[in-house]
Design a protein around this ligand. Structure first.
Ligand code: CMP
Length: 141
């Protein structure tokens, strides 16, 4: 999920490009304003933490772009491209390392496991929103 700062800063294309050039396949993509209740469900595991309110306010502050990326080891591949949650640990060359100055406002979110991907996909997308296209990929990516 590209958080509101990405759309505000006009860097959505730049971030998408990083996923695409790695060879991940976009099979669903949509922009939306997230309801506070949906954000609270999405970040339920962080309820009560000192950054929780700022995180929820930020996520509701503007449009987000949600996507499903498919590929070999997609969860770990996306997380490596993004870099660690703590922006002080994220290296240049990663998305957070290059674009995020704050851990709470860290511009992108990615599922941390297959079960959380399944849960989060269901929060954003209906089955009809998913376009499972075949690009005849012979393993070039
Ligand atoms: P995200 O990948 O969206 O998942 C949970 C979010 O909570 C995380 O990115 C950060 O925006 C925020 N977050 C997680 N841990 C911390 C922390 N220690 N301090 C501040 N914000 C955090």
């Amino acid at each position: 999920m590209l958080k509101p700062g990405v759309l505000h800063r006009r860097i959505a294309g730049e971030i998408l490009n990083r996923f695409e050039r790695k060879g991940l396949k976009i099979i669903a993509l949509k922009m939306l304003r997230m309801d506070r209740a949906v954000v609270e469900t999405h970040y339920a595991e962080h309820t009560g933490k000192n950054f929780y309110q700022e995180l929820v306010d930020y996520t509701c502050s503007g449009p987000v772009a949600a996507m499903i990326l498919e590929g070999k080891e997609a969860v770990s591949t996306v997380r490596r491209l993004i870099g660690p949650t703590n922006v002080h640990d994220s290296q240049p060359g990663t998305i957070r390392g290059d674009f995020a100055a704050s851990t709470t406002l860290n511009i992108v979110h990615a599922s941390d496991s297959k079960p959380s991907a399944e849960r989060e996909i269901a929060l954003f997308f209906k089955p009809d929103d998913i376009c499972d296209w075949d690009d005849g990929n012979k393993g070039w990516f």
